[in-house]
Design a binder for this molecule. Structure first.
Ligand code: UN1
Length: 522
C-alpha cells in the first residue's frame, strides 16, 4: 500500500497537502482516510482553510486570464498529454480508487479508462468548438455566433466516481479555455490528490503556469459553501445527492451563476413479455450489483411483465448466488464493500421499511460478518418484491437493493392495443418517481421499444434498448431530468456548458438599416 501511494506521489505516513494552486498547501484540519476493504487507515490529508481557498481561486482566475488566449488545439494537446499520463498510471490510480472507495479492480481501472477516453474526446473537440452562422435579414450584413471561454469552473464530485467525474468536467473545461477548482468528496481525497499530481506534471511539462487544474480539499464551511457563493466562479458543476443539488442550485442561483447538476437517479429496467431474459438478467445483475449499487446509474427497479416474472426471479436469484462478494482487489470478486458504515445503515434502514410498506425481501440484504468480511462494509445484495405505490421505490438508496415491480396481465398481450396499454402502464410506473437519470427496456418487439423511446416513453436523460441502465460511454451526453438536475456532462455537445456564447452581427454596407424594418429619425 505504501508503495502504491508513493508511486502516485503520496505519503502514507504524513498528512498530504489538500490544496493545490501551482504550489501545495493545507493549513486546516487533518482528515484521516480509511479503506472500506478492511477499515484500516490509508493516509491523511491536511485540508485547506478558507483563506487558502480564496488564494486558490485567485490563482485559478489568474491562470484563466492567460489560458483563454492559448489556441484551443494547443489546449487540446495539453489534455492529450494528460490522457497519456493517465494511460501510464492507469493500474496505480485504479488501484487507489479501489482502495479508497471499495469498487472492484476492473471498475477502478474502468474509471481511469473513462478519464483517458474523455481526454481523447476533448482533444478532438478542441478543433471543433463550432458556432453557427445565420443569414441576416439586412443586406450586406453577416451574423454568426462564437463560443468564448467562461472562466473558473468549480467542480464538486462524489465518492462513487472519485476521479472520472472530475475528468469529464476538467478535460472539457480545459479545451474550452477555462480553469478548474476541484472540491473532491471527503471519503476519497487521496485519489483526487493523486490525479492532480498527474495533471500538475502535465502542466509543468508544458510550461502552463499558473496551473489550470487546481484542488481545494476542505470542509463545507471552508470550501463548499464559499465556492457556491463565489462570484469569481461563473459555473459550478456538482455531482451528488438531490439534497446537495438543491443547496447548490439555491446558493448559485441567488447570484445568477450557472450550475451543471448531475444528481440522484432511480433507474429502472422494463422487462416486457418479448424480452430476451438471458440478456435482461445479466444486465440487471451488472446494473444492481456492480459498484455495490453505488452508481448514480445503478439499476434500482425492475418493472417486469407478469408473464415473465417467475422466470426472471428464478434467474436473478441464481445469478445473485454466484456473485462473489469480498475483497475488491481479488480478481474473482464482483462486489466489494459499501463505502462506509453509514451506507450499510442506510441500506438496513430501507430494508426494515419493506414489510410495513407492503413489500417482501425475497433475497439477501444481510450484513456479512466474519473474518473474510472485515471492516463492516460487506452486504449481500437484496431483491425486494415491491409495488409501485411504496414510498421506498421512489427514493434513491445508494446501496444494492433491487425492487421488482410486476405489470400487465399474466399472459403475453393478445394484440397491439393490449401491448400498448400494458407497456404504457409500465412506463407510467417507471416515470412516477422524482428522479430522471437512466432507464432501459428489454424487448425484441419494435412497437414496444419505439413506444419506450417516443415522446410518451421514458422521461429520463438516458433511455436504452436491450442494454442496462449503467455503464454509459463518454461519447454521449450524460445526465438526466427532474431531480437529477437537468445537466449534461461528458460527450456530444456538453462542452457548450463550459463556454459563453456570443452573437455577432457585422455590417459591411454603407447604410445602417434597422431590424424589423424600423425607420428611426430618417
Ligand atoms: C455516476 O455514478 O456518478 O454510466 C456516474 C455509468 C458511468 C458513470 C456513472 N459511466 O455508469
Amino acid at each position: 500500500m505504501n508503495d502504491l501511494l508513493k508511486s502516485l506521489g503520496l505519503d502514507a505516513a504524513n498528512p498530504n497537502a489538500g490544496g493545490f494552486d501551482g504550489a501545495w498547501c493545507g493549513g486546516g484540519p487533518v482528515l484521516e482516510v480509511a479503506t472500506p476493504i478492511d477499515g484500516s487507515r490509508i493516509g491523511s490529508v491536511r485540508q485547506v482553510t478558507a483563506a487558502e481557498y480564496d488564494r486558490i481561486v485567485d490563482r485559478a482566475s489568474e491562470a484563466f486570464r492567460s489560458w483563454r488566449m492559448v489556441p484551443a488545439p494547443k489546449r487540446g494537446e495539453v489534455v492529450r498529454q494528460l490522457g497519456d499520463r493517465l494511460r501510464a498510471k492507469k493500474a496505480a490510480l485504479g488501484a487507489l480508487v479501489t482502495l479508497e472507495m471499495g469498487k472492484i479492480t476492473a471498475e477502478g481501472e474502468g474509471e481511469v479508462q473513462e478519464m483517458i477516453d474523455i481526454c481523447d474526446f476533448a482533444c478532438g473537440l478542441s478543433r471543433q468548438l463550432y458556432g453557427l452562422t445565420m443569414h441576416s435579414e439586412r443586406p450586406r450584413h453577416r451574423m454568426y455566433e462564437q463560443w468564448h471561454p467562461l472562466g473558473v469552473v468549480g467542480i464538486i464530485s462524489a465518492f462513487n466516481f472519485p476521479v472520472a467525474v472530475w475528468s469529464w468536467n476538467a478535460a472539457l473545461a480545459a479545451v474550452c479555455g477555462d480553469t478548474t477548482v476541484w472540491k473532491p468528496a471527503p471519503k476519497t481525497p487521496l485519489s483526487a490528490l493523486a490525479t492532480i499530481r498527474i495533471a500538475e506534471e502535465v502542466c509543468r511539462a508544458n510550461a502552463v503556469d499558473p496551473a489550470i487544474f487546481s484542488l481545494a480539499m476542505g470542509d463545507v464551511a471552508a470550501v463548499g459553501e464559499r465556492m457556491l457563493a463565489d462570484r469569481r466562479i461563473p459555473l459550478v458543476s456538482a455531482t451528488g445527492s438531490c439534497r446537495l443539488g438543491y443547496r447548490v442550485a439555491e446558493v448559485v442561483g441567488k447570484r445568477l451563476g450557472r450550475t451543471l447538476l448531475e444528481l440522484g437517479g432511480n433507474n429502472a429496467i422494463i422487462v416486457t413479455s418479448y424480452a430476451d431474459l438471458n440478456l435482461a438478467a445479466r444486465a440487471i445483475v451488472f446494473g444492481a450489483v456492480g459498484t455495490a449499487g453505488q452508481r448514480c446509474t445503478s439499476t434500482r427497479r425492475v418493472i417486469v411483465h407478469r408473464a415473465m416474472q417467475a422466470e426472471l426471479m428464478k434467474r436473478l436469484a441464481a445469478a445473485y448466488e454466484t456473485v462473489r462478494i469480498g475483497d475488491p482487489r481479488k480478481s474473482d470478486t464482483l462486489m466489494g464493500p459499501l463505502v462506509s458504515g453509514d451506507s450499510v445503515d442506510m441500506m438496513q434502514a430501507a430494508l426494515r421499511r419493506v414489510p410495513a410498506e407492503g413489500g417482501r425481501v425475497v433475497y439477501g440484504g444481510d450484513v456479512l460478518r466474519g473474518p473474510q468480511y472485515p471492516g463492516g462494509g460487506y452486504v449481500k445484495p437484496a431483491i425486494v418484491e415491491a409495488t409501485p405505490s411504496m414510498a421506498l421505490v421512489k427514493e434513491e438508496t445508494f446501496a444494492p437493493i433491487l425492487y421488482v415491480i410486476p405489470y400487465g396481465g399474466t399472459a403475453r398481450p393478445a394484440d397491439a392495443a393490449a401491448l400498448e396499454r400494458e407497456l404504457l402502464e409500465a412506463i407510467a410506473i417507471q416515470n412516477d418517481v422524482p428522479q430522471g437519470l437512466s432507464s432501459a427496456i428489454f424487448s425484441h418487439h419494435q412497437m414496444e421499444t419505439e413506444l419506450f423511446l417516443s415522446h410518451v416513453g421514458s422521461d429520463c436523460g438516458i433511455a436504452n434498448v436491450n442494454i442496462g441502465t449503467s455503464g454509459a460511454e463518454i461519447g454521449g451526453a450524460f445526465g438526466g431530468e427532474k431531480e437529477t438536475g437537468g445537466g449534461r456532462e461528458s460527450g456530444s455537445d456538453s462542452w457548450r456548458s463550459y463556454m459563453r456564447r456570443q452573437t455577432n452581427t457585422m455590417n459591411w454596407s454603407a447604410e445602417l438599416p434597422l431590424a424589423q424594418g424600423i425607420k428611426f429619425g430618417e
